[in-house]
Design a protein around this ligand. Structure first.
Ligand SMILES: Cc1ncc(C[n+]2csc(CCOP(=O)(O)OP(=O)(O)O)c2C)c(N)n1
Ligand code: SF4
Ligand SMILES: [Mg+2]
Length: 306
């Protein structure tokens, strides 16, 4: 770490995450969401991170956060969080730490770990009632290794491992429903481009105990192939087209926190991203566009009927 960057890190306001001097892409929607989340969670946090783009935030022995940072293998972040929570509880029990010094244990991973590789460790942690917040920045692919598809990649998107005419042939896994089925303390979807909705949810999560999940849709200029200055517009369009429903699960109930009215056609979101350009050029893929729209319509019809 060079001196200038280190000096800049030391001069930051206490709850602000370092945004410059790190090797992150301009316009990173994941970083935007994490910055907003951290502003509310506050500095009394320990981050447990599994391999992904955000691992680059931490350059040993420094992190852009005020608290500590533990790096784990991709599948193991919730297990690492269990160890930290247990250690904190022992210190509290032995009186070697006062309650005012207690820390939130926050798992921070991408979708590759949250939707796939780390799901088994996550399921076990929820079952044990682990008191932790899981923040998943969902850029819908393995961003750090070159945007291969993940279990969060949407149908039809082109990835470095889905280059055929129809893009990714699978469907995005419903992580919200998988978590809700475990009956945890809290689950919410957010996007950095809707900061008020995000702030209310992080406030709520902060005040609860037990397993809590925040899934932040994270527009990714590098993997989704668009100009970095479009990140906020694309995040807002994900909500306005109904592609990314903003919702929360609490006490067995699911509530939609922002229902798009009127809902824009999904094309408004898809056409801004190079990963969907094959749906429009050299000619429109009406079948696939119709299928994507129909799935979003069916989701919202289900919400209205319930
Ligand atoms: C078990 C294991 N397999 C593969 C890797 C290589 N790897 C490092 S980061 C990464 C991508 C992770 O994707 P995601 O969790 O979505 O985070 P992102 O890179 O998108 O931020 C992969 C596959 C690894 N570190 N460990
Ligand atoms: S690849 Fe995407 S998620 Fe990763 S740092 Fe770049 S913009 Fe952010
Ligand atoms: Mg990812």
């Amino acid at each position: 770490m060079n001196e200038t960057v280190f000096r800049r890190m030391k001069d930051l306001p206490s709850t602000h995450l370092l945004g410059t001097g790190t090797p992150m892409c301009a316009g990173c929607g994941g970083l935007e969401a994490i910055q907003e989340i951290y502003d509310i969670l506050g500095e009394k946090t320990v981050f447990v991170n599994a391999a992904g783009c955000m691992t680059l935030l931490s350059v040993y022995p420094f992190t852009p956060f005020r608290g500590s940072w533990l790096y784990t293998a991709m599948a193991s972040a919730p297990a690492g969080a269990q160890g930290i929570r247990d250690a904190l509880d022992i210190l509290l029990e032995k009186g070697r730490m006062g309650p005012e010094e207690d820390l939130q244990t926050v798992v921070l991973t991408g979708d590759g770990a949250a939707y796939g590789m780390g799901l088994s460790a996550t399921s076990g942690a929820i079952e044990r009632g682990l008191d932790f917040v899981y923040v998943c920045y969902d850029n819908e692919g393995y961003g750090n290794t070159g945007q291969q598809y993940s279990a969060a990649t949407p149908h039809g998107a082109r990835t470095s491992t889905s280059r055929g005419p129809g893009g990714f042939s699978g469907y995005k896994k419903d992580l919200f429903a998988i978590w809700a089925a475990h009956r945890p303390a809290y689950v919410a979807t957010v996007v950095g481009a809707e900061p008020l909705d995000l702030a209310r949810k992080i406030e709520k999560a902060r005040g609860l105990k037990g397993p809590r999940l925040i899934i932040a849709l994270s527009p990714c200029p590098t993997g989704w192939d668009y100009d970095p200055k479009e990140s906020v517009a694309i995040g807002k369009l994900a909500v306005k087209t109904g592609v990314w429903p903003l919702k929360e699960y609490l006490g067995g109930e699911v509530v939609h926190t922002k229902v798009p009215h009127p809902r824009l056609p999904v094309e408004a979101y898809l056409e801004r991203q190079g990963r969907f350009s094959h749906l429009f050029r050299p000619q429109r893929d009406e079948v696939l566009l119709h299928e994507i729209q129909a799935r979003v319509d069916a989701y919202w019809a289900g919400v209205e009927a319930s």
